[in-house]
Design a protein around this ligand. Sequence first.
Ligand SMILES: [Zn+2]
Ligand SMILES: [Zn+2]
Length: 254
Amino acid sequence: MRRILSHLGRELAALIFPDKCLKCGTYITNAEAGHLSTSFCTFCTGPALPVYQPPFCTCCGVPFDTGDTHLCESCLKAPPDIGTARAAFTYQGLIREAVGLFKYNSRLSLAKPFEACLYEAFTDYFSDVPIDLILPIPLHPAKARKRGFNQSFLLVRNFRAIYRKRYGQPPPWQVDIQSLVRIKETPTQTGLDIAERERNLKNAFAWGEGRDIEGKSLLLIDDVFTTGATCRAAAKTLLDAGAARVDALVLARA
Ligand SMILES: [Zn+2]
Ligand SMILES: [Zn+2]
């Protein structure tokens, strides 16, 4: 009964206060909760969102146009510090625009649908990995103050609650937003090549004293993975601090 009422409540609210498409501004009808259809109209969404799916590199997760899932050339030459990197979407089309709206225009209504999509990817790719800690990539305090929120944290804020609701028990992993810190303010990485990005991010992260991660399995969360320099720099810090394994899950993978 409560479910029916809450469903009716949602339907009613949608009738009285229909959501507006964040791209074209038209009112949205037929939105499904937890999906991007609450944020964009069907015209703007198009026939399909760029869902991240195989084939991709077994390690860094770079998507391939054709063929089978295999190790990419760069991971074959030099295995990166990250165990596996996976995503919910590829970084293109509407997803690229939506991430920009979320991050730079503070369209925080996107946090929940994005989080729901990321949670599905988490279930798809990491349900067999014994994760101990989930770590959103931190912002430098100066940037966090300026932006007012950490987009990576908003992507996993309700992960524990979602798990508990689904399985009726608390998850075996924690979400930690304090121990990994950003100690170097890095200029925006847009337009820089991979070597420049890596130089910028050298020693950008530190592991606080609070929590022992010796032998632990960690999962980094970020909004976008382009060259992967950010996740790799954070992974290096974590492995140096004793972690056994570091994987990465992002909302959108270039
Ligand atoms: Zn639209
Ligand atoms: Zn690779």
